[in-house]
Design a protein around this ligand. Sequence first.
Ligand code: SF4
Ligand code: SF4
Length: 422
Amino acid sequence: MTHAKDADELREKYYHSMGAALTEEGDLEEAVVFFQKAIDIHDTPYAWYGLARALSYAGDLAGAVGAMTRAIKLAPGIPEYYHERGTLLGTLGRPDLADDDIKKAISIDSNYERIDTIRRSVRIISEAFTGPVVPGDVKGTEVRSKELGRILDEMDNRMRQMDDVFDKPSCPVTSCPAYCCHFTGKLLLHGVTVGPWKLQSLRESLREKGPPEEDLLEAFPLAQAEHCESLFSPRDIIPRGGGASVTFPRQKDCRLGRELARDIPKGQDYRTLMWISENAKPCIFLTDGKCSIYDVGGDPSLDSCASFLCMTGFIFVALKYLGFLNGEAVRLKAMAELNDIAVDALIILARDVYGSEEAAASNEEIAQELKTAIEHDRLNHEAPCSAAIERYDLLKVRHESLTDRLIAAAGQKIARLFEGKP
Ligand code: SF4
Ligand code: SF4
């Protein structure tokens, strides 16, 4: 690639990544500007898609339909483009056209028939596994009662335990060709950046054993861009050669290709992973589907890469934690089948366990009792506080036996999915 093309690619990726970050932050006016700058460099479907989303959130539905139409023209095989244009057209009072688009999305991916259930289920499962265990208005509360302190500590520990489960090195889908380590372009939305400690140990190792650092790592000088702090973790911004920069792995020359790209997993919100297309290239550290960086330098892994989990990876981590992962089936099944199992298992867990009416009601009761105990503790009412803690403990035991029962029943259904039975 020529130097000028290289710089263009970097800028395009930066503009589009910024557009996405600003959309998340709600700065829609700026987001639109960034997507347009990205499009001025490369007419990519994902930048038009991003522009369509920013315009629709800003209330410009007709503009959003126009941008989504352009995205569809450039990438006619992506179901969510049709689905989202269909939703926009429905809101604009064109149910006939909306219907055509929704049908088209379903014909490409039948999961679009239940997309609302999928997205709701993802929210329920994320909340159950990685959401705050301690209710927001209780977190960090100073309490007098030792018993209450014990309860809050237990909640904190559970939160830390869950962080460890969903943290590095995370994905148990051993048969996946590690799509998450393939990417189109350079600046990466999912944050494949090399933190300072890993960089230091990598450099030491490369100095001793080679190859030269430049063969494996690339740096993005932050002086070339505004708002970079929205894209990168501050700890990954490292002083270098008189300015700050972010370091990330280079890519190999080979492409992912149509065959493998066909079964690409979705993101955790069931959206296409924007940085992966059939033209995506693997990270230089990806060897035989595994990250070889674990063997380079002293640190076990790169935090930022290892913390990315697609929908399938995320659900399979949850299944592993619950003891429902059938390792043999995971080894033998194709990625497309594993993606389907992940979606079905997600819906079972959300519907039958974590989002079930029984579990939600029981959770609500427990949270209420905890708040009552904290309120009494704040007012220094010892006896009512102890009584509330006693009720809390009782409810907690009941809740645990309820969820154990629901989880066991869900486990049987999930086991059948791995066996290929309905
Ligand atoms: S996180 Fe997803 S894409 Fe990455 S290795 Fe796991 S299943 Fe594959
Ligand atoms: S450094 Fe490793 S985990 Fe990160 S993108 Fe590259 S191969 Fe994947």
